[in-house]
Write a protein that binds this ligand. Structure first.
Ligand code: ASP
Length: 333
């Protein structure tokens, strides 16, 4: 399995960033539990180590265009075409029929608009197609063949269906046993979810994935479901999820995180409470299931939390782009 599964340690850069005066401001809360307005804007955060490169691009686009929506779209497009990535885009692992199907969603806090595609084949940038659904149709979500037809209507080229050689190798290995274990066992997933806030407090988010490796054909995870894999509200903040989609859908995870922030929780507190709810509602086999959330609020405070250790996320603000180890409900000790 690739290095993204290596539950990465904080990078040297992160280590030094932590030493910066005033960097870690998350814990500063008022007595009511409401977070103090001490975040930094603009701020972009995204799931897993692949978020570092995605953040880099998003930051560049934010400064070129001034649009947080453009930034989060362009950022995750880097991951969608990353040849080393087996969990996002067409280089990802296929389903159990050997077909790569993609899920993606985008949400614009300013307008409240959103768009998504799911069970989509042959499209290099599902996130851009999701944005087209949002901007060019009266709908929010297009699935499967309909989404592919829409891509063709929009002049989006269809790619040949050829598995990446590493994905094919793993798939052939998987076929030997055909063991269908629909759990995220910390080895077979890794969506990119990205949420960001500009200097004026406008928020946007994206989420894109090839989903669970060797899933049933037709399975759709949380990532394209607005409220589950992604939610953005310009009045409050934004959240996105990674991990076993079934567990996240059951608690409307990202919506839950945003609603908790609306009630006064900091992004960190909201992510922790949502993970605890997810654990409560998925108590069977929770030891095999990984899931996590990241969130940012209008003030530019952020947080992240997971069920199990090993989750990390990338944080970009004016002082740099760092990888942060997430706290988790269960610990290694
Ligand atoms: N949430 C994604 C899904 O269930 C997978 C992941 O985040 O790794 O499809």
């Amino acid at each position: 399995m690739t290095s993204r599964r290596n539950f990465l340690k904080k990078s040297g850069l992160f280590g030094s960033a932590l030493m910066m005066p005033g960097f870690n401001r998350l814990e500063q809360l008022t007595k009511t539990g409401k977070s103090a307005s001490n975040g930094r804007k603009p701020l972009i955060i995204s799931t897993w180590r692949h978020g570092l490169a995605a953040n880099e691009r998003a930051w560049e686009v934010l400064h070129q265009t001034g649009s947080i929506l453009d930034a989060v779209e362009e950022g995750v497009k880097i991951t969608e075409v990353d040849l080393d990535n087996r969990s996002v885009g067409l280089n990802g692992y296929p389903d159990r029929e050997g077909i790569v199907t993609l899920d993606a969603s985008i949400m614009d806090g300013k307008s409240g608009d959103c768009g998504s595609v799911c069970f989509l084949r042959q499209v290099k940038h599902p996130i851009t197609l999701a944005r087209m659904v949002m901007e060019e149709t009266p709908h929010v979500m297009l699935a499967g063949e309909g989404a592919r037809q829409f891509a063709m209507e929009m002049g989006v080229p269809l790619e040949e269906e050829i598995l990446h050689p590493d994905a094919e190798k793993e798939y052939l290995k998987w076929l030997e046993e055909r063991e269908y274990r629909p759990v995220i066992n910390i080895e077979n997933h890794d969506t990119i979810g990205m949420v960001g806030v500009d200097s004026e407090g406008n928020l946007a988010g994206t989420c894109t994935t090839s989903g669970l490796a060797f899933k049933m054909h037709g399975r759709v995870g949380d990532s394209p479901i607005i409220g589950a894999g992604l939610y953005v509200d310009n009045e409050v903040g934004a959240a996105t999820a990674t991990g076993l989609g079934e567990t996240i859908i059951k608690v409307c995870g990202s919506f839950l995180v945003v609603e908790l922030m609306r009630q006064g929780r900091s992004p960190q507190q909201a992510c922790e409470e949502a993970v605890n709810r997810l654990i409560e509602k998925n108590s069977e086999n929770i030891e095999d299931m990984q899931a996590g959330f990241i969130a940012v609020n209008k003030e530019g405070e952020y947080g992240g939390y997971a069920v199990h250790p090993g989750f990390d996320f990338a944080v970009h603000h004016q002082d740099g782009n760092i990888l942060e180890d997430s706290k988790s409900h269960f610990t290694n000790s």
